[in-house]
Structures are given as structure tokens and as C-alpha cells.
Design a protein around this ligand. Sequence first.
Ligand SMILES: *Cc1c(COP(=O)(O)O)cnc(C)c1O
Length: 328
Amino acid sequence: MVTVTLSHIRAARERIAGKVEHTATVLSPSLSERLGVPVHLKLEHRQTTGSFKLRGASNAIASLSAEEKARGVIAASTGNHGRALAHAAKLEGMRAVICMSRLVPQNKLDEIRRLGAEVRIVGDSQDDAQQEVERLVAQQGLVMLPPFDHPAIIAGQGTLGLEMIEQVTDAGLVLVQLSGGGLASGVAAAIKGVSPGTKVIGVSMARGAAMKASFDAGRPVLVEELPTLADSLGGGIGLDNRQTFAMCRDLLDDVILLSEDEIAAGIGHAYAREREIVEGAGAVGIAALLAGKVKAKGPVIVLLSGRNIDMNAHRRIICGEAIGERAA
Ligand SMILES: *Cc1c(COP(=O)(O)O)cnc(C)c1O
């Protein structure tokens, strides 16, 4: 069941105009040569706050009533949603509370605090952080804006899909990151809405691919959350998932899973060949191409979704030190 459609996504684009950057798409000569078709990189890691999450957060906040804005917002986050929400709330002069697990990297935490949000660290998983969110919603009346399973968040992320298919109108295939599925739901709804023949494939890390496990089970299931280079793809999809499980199941053409070594190679290629600094999650599309896991007949768009990586970790990865399952 597809609950967020092209018209919701077009409305979201109007709502967030001027609050988010329109990011560029560039041709990658080295990846094009490797694949034998044009490969375009969507440089969304250059978005304000360093990830696409600002699109959904801005749309969700702009959709609140004045009374809801006065109560303030709260979310659980692996980092980038929290940072985006903190930024969007700050622009509106609103209170924002972000709950995170101990797995969230220090650099992401510092940035959220710097933006003036209240940060709470609880437990070892996104599910633990979510329980704290629910406690504070009940206790303090804050408005919960979850990182992916919410129509306004999905529609906001979908604006990225609109930009991509407008920039590469003849795209045959789009590679999009897949975790909770807000991004993939919105992007696929936009792409298929404009260009029904374009394939959209989700890419996750093999270590804790909750959406893929849920597809296989035929319903949302829990997976063990493990450390991964693609930390922004960590976390489950929620056992009571309402939107993204069904949307991803109905709209995605396939899912690709990657090892930690493959993700490290993606980060390295982005840096050495494309001159782009991307975080692990941001590099999985490139990694899927390098691993030979993608076949394409027409032009491909690869989304670079974020750049919020600890720069010491980045340096170790591109030097070939912190590579592979050992790093995790
Ligand atoms: C959140 C995030 C994703 C995954 O988005 P979902 O909507 O949870 O699937 C991918 N890349 C980056 C950089 C992110 O921050």
C-alpha cells in the first residue's frame, strides 16, 4: 500500500522551498566506464546539516500547527535525523529533544548539542532510545517526529527523488539507501510517479538489514543491531511499522546487501576518485557498483546521502586501516 504519492511530495517541495538546498548531480567518469552506462552521482551529502534528512524534518515541522510548535518536538535518531530536526527547530525557535543510543558517534552528538537541542543518551539500540521518546511524549507533551515512519517525513525525503529524476530524466535505475525506509519510500514514490519505467533498488549493509529481513518474513521483524561502517543505516523498522514497510515492499524493485569491506571500498572510491567525503551509509550505492552487484541498461543515478563521518575514522578507512568486519 502506497500512502504517500507524487502530489504529497510536490506539496512538500513547495513547503520546504528556501529551507533546503537543491543539490547538484554530476557524472562519474570512472563509474560510468566500469558499468558501461552513464553513472550520475546525486551530491546530497552536501545538503545543509550534511544529509538529506533536513528535507523530511523541514517538511514535518512546517506541517505542524502553531499549538504543536509551541509544545516542541522529540525524536529518536542515529544522528542525522536528530541533527536535521535540531536545525529545522532552531530556525523556528522551537524546543527539540533528541534521544540516541550509545552507538551514535560522538561527532554527530556534538553537532546536535551545538544546534541547541537537548540530547539524551539511552541504551544500546534505537529501540531503547524510542522507549525514552515515548516516555517523554507522555510526560511532557512533546510532539514526536520519528526518523522515517511518518507521512510528512516520507514526503519530504521524496523531494530528493523529484530532483533526481528531473536532473537525469532518462534514468533507467536509481540506487537509494535503505534503512527505516523513509528515504526509499519517498524517493521511489517520486521516481515511479514521474517515470514508472525507472527501477529503484534499495541498498543496505548486511550487518542488521532490518527491512530486508522484514521482506523475507513478510512482516516487520526485529534484527540484532550491530556496529557497522554504515552507522546511519542502523536500527529496526519498528514492529508496528505503518508506512515504510508496505511502501518499500510495493515500490522497490530489489534490495542489495553489502559487507563491511565493500562499504569501506565505497568510501575510499568516493574520496580517491570522486573527491567526495561521504559517510558509510552515503557510500553504499557506489559500493554496490564496485562490488559488481548492479546491472544496468540505461543511465544510473547513485545517491550520496550523507557526509557526517568522524574524520579520524575516515582517514583510517581511506588508508586501508579500519577496513572490514574488524572495524566493526
Ligand atoms: C537516515 C539515513 C539513511 C537511511 O534513511 P531511511 O529513511 O532510514 O531508510 C541513509 N543515509 C543517511 C546518510 C542517513 O542519514
